[in-house]
Write a protein that binds this ligand. Structure first.
Ligand code: CA
Length: 354
């Protein structure tokens, strides 16, 4: 059968219209707010990396403009701004919002909890993502892993912590569940925006603080005031989050949605390994470039008290919220399974091959 020229022409026109309609509907410009200053690697790199991938993969049709805290002035207001649609998405830490909804802190990192590998396995294969979406749904958002710091150091102190008495009355910046633990042990706990940490320590607003690890800490200069640097226990695998307004994400084309999800996942992985590299590099120079830093581990009675306080607090929160209990139970069950393998896999390898 031969189609007439007229019919072929109409078909071509119809196809062109469909293509242009699709192209038009795929053009999206979003805004993203972060909890960080403009130059805060690797946190800021993770976001810039994600936005760049989205733009490149979409051939320039999906653009995400990033506003750092210098612009929007609200380090801890990301969830509200995203919920209200002032920003389509944000990059922040879930545990900054424990006052709004305690269950959210479980999606960052828990004291004595999983390490980064175990936790990513939980998120992607152990039911963690489903639980996170459920917890974020009531806030009108989706949540996606946004980069992991790996194990964090226990923080910077002006004086050595020799016993539990040394914690009494200590003014410390420490967010998340660990903050609750220090409060239970007699510290005056506060959370301070990342951009104000050094000034707060210098002015004596706080006596001690924890931030991340050598890669991000030593350049901040904390050691000049608080040279006792403790090994970690409280944030074994701090995951940052991309939070996305639900209605806005639901309106994305399937293609843009796939691009966004792929870019977020890749950026999260990139941040984990960049953080690892930054800490390894900083640690390599710590003895020569920062000889006054004293590497310490909390004494056993202090660690035991922290563990006991952690267990009490988990019981209290679980009694108050079935949702908290469900997520925490899921993490504990997964950790039990994964840690048995970690012990005979990664840990035995390192232990036996030093
Ligand atoms: Ca921290």
């Amino acid at each position: 059968m031969k189609l007439s020229k007229k019919i072929l022409g109409s078909l071509a026109l119809a196809c062109a219209l469909v293509v242009s309609a699709n192209a038009a509907s795929d053009k999206v410009t979003w805004k993203l707010a972060t909890s960080w200053g403009a130059e805060f690697p690797p946190f800021t790199n993770s976001v810039a990396n994600m936005a760049k991938m989205v733009e490149e993969m979409s051939g320039g049709d999906f653009v995400i403009k990033v506003d750092a805290v210098n612009k929007h002035k609200s380090a801890f207001g990301i969830m509200d701004m995203v919920k209200l649609g002032q920003y389509e998405m944000g990059h922040t830490a879930s545990y900054y919002y424990k006052g709004k909804d305690p269950v959210l802190l479980l999606f960052t990192s828990m004291p004595f909890g999983m390490n980064a590998l175990e936790q990513y396995a939980w998120f992607y294969f152990g039911g963690g993502m489903e639980l996170a979406q459920k917890s974020y749904e009531k806030h009108g958002m989706y949540s996606f892993p946004g980069g992991n710091t790996g194990v964090q150091m226990g923080g910077w102190f002006r004086k050595e912590i020799k016993s539990l008495d040394d914690l009494k009355g200590l003014k410390m910046r420490i967010p998340g569940f660990a903050g609750e633990i220090f409060a239970k042990l007699g510290c005056a706990v506060t959370n301070i925006a990342p951009g104000e940490l050094f000034t707060s320590l210098e002015r004596g607003t706080i006596d001690a603080l924890e931030w991340v690890g050598p890669g991000m800490d030593v350049s901040m200069g904390f050691h000049k005031i608080a040279p006792y640097y403790y090994t970690g226990w409280h944030e074994p695998a701090t995951e940052l989050q991309f939070v996305v307004n639900r209605a806005k994400m639901d309106k994305l084309s399937p293609k843009n949605k796939a691009i966004l999800e792929t870019a977020m996942k890749t950026a999260a992985y990139d941040m984990l390994i960049q953080n690892y590299d930054m800490s390894a590099t900083a640690w390599d120079k710590i003895k020569t470039e920062y000889p006054n830093i004293k590497i310490m581990t909390f004494p056993k009675p202090v660690m035991d008290a922290m563990k006991a306080a952690n267990e009490d607090l988990v019981k209290e929160e679980s009694a108050k919220s079935a949702e908290f209990k469900t997520v925490h139970d899921s993490q504990q069950a997964y950790m039990k399974k994964a840690r048995a393998w970690t012990n005979i896999g990664e840990y035995a390898y390192i232990r036996d091959n030093q």
